[in-house]
Design a protein around this ligand. Structure first.
Ligand code: ZN
Length: 244
């Protein structure tokens, strides 16, 4: 069994379904949605959803357009103060040219000699009140879970160990996620160290959440783990795939 969960995008599912049928695998339709929660960008995975469902399809299209428009507005704002070509420059630093973030702009501004390092970039540019600041337009946690649930899917917090959350904030996130109907947390992932498997297995049990495992595979040679090579879930976890 394998789920394809591309970022804010469902269009790879038909090809994945065909390949899965060829190899005798069961494919679970999925997606990974970026959301803004308490100023932290989180990734929420939706599993076993209906990829035709209108609110989900339209919501994801709006996220993708918002991302590109934001990058263009950042570039326009920098152009207006005499720093041209930043969108093209930032795009070169983005693994996926459609997912250009402030970090990519920051790296290009260093390359262009506008600041000695990226910390200095964020003191002069790209932050509130400074040139190149364009507010985030990501959906909220409630919106993303609404799209996933509206499409009949199961919501999972992706690679939770990667977010910079204190203990209290972490508990608030898990409480809010459960209250919104979220069902699972990614315990084993290519972006967790082995001790984080144990930590997140404990959080999952504390909040009555199911556990998932993901490779965070982005392409040959790009992921931390190859597909199918993630370790087993720690003992005591209830796997999310018991639902499928
Ligand atoms: Zn992610």
């Amino acid at each position: 069994m394998l789920a394809l969960t591309d970022h804010d995008e469902l269009k790879g599912l038909p090809a994945a379904r065909e390949a899965a049928a060829h190899w005798g695998l069961r494919l679970i339709d999925g997606v990974e949605i970026s959301v803004l929660w308490e100023e932290v960008t989180l990734h929420i995975v939706g599993l076993a959803l209906d990829p035709q469902q209108t609110a989900l399809v339209e919501g994801l299209a709006a996220v993708r357009t918002g991302r590109e428009q934001r990058a263009q507005r950042i570039a326009q704002s920098l152009d207006a103060i005499g720093i041209p070509g930043t969108l093209e420059g930032a795009r070169r630093y983005a693994k996926n040219p459609e997912l250009v973030s402030r970090a990519h702009f920051a790296r290009y501004l260093v390359e262009a000699g506008q600041a000695p390092d990226t910390n200095a970039v964020f003191r002069r540019f790209l932050t509130p009140g400074k040139p190149g600041f364009v507010p985030h337009q990501w959906p909220t946690l409630a919106e993303a879970l609404g799209w996933i649930h509206g499409a009949g899917g199961i919501a999972v917090i992706a690679h939770p160990g990667r977010y910079d959350l204190g203990a209290a904030q972490c508990d608030r996130l898990l409480e809010e996620f459960v209250a919104l109907g979220g069902r699972a947390v990614e315990v084993v992932t290519g972006s967790h160290a082995p001790d984080e498997f144990v930590t997140w297995a404990r959080h999952a049990r504390r909040f009555g959440l199911l556990a998932s495992a993901g490779s965070d595979f982005h392409g040959p040679g790009e992921g931390y783990r190859d597909i199918g090579s993630v370790p087993a879930l720690p003992a005591g976890c209830e796997p999310v795939w018991t639902l499928f």
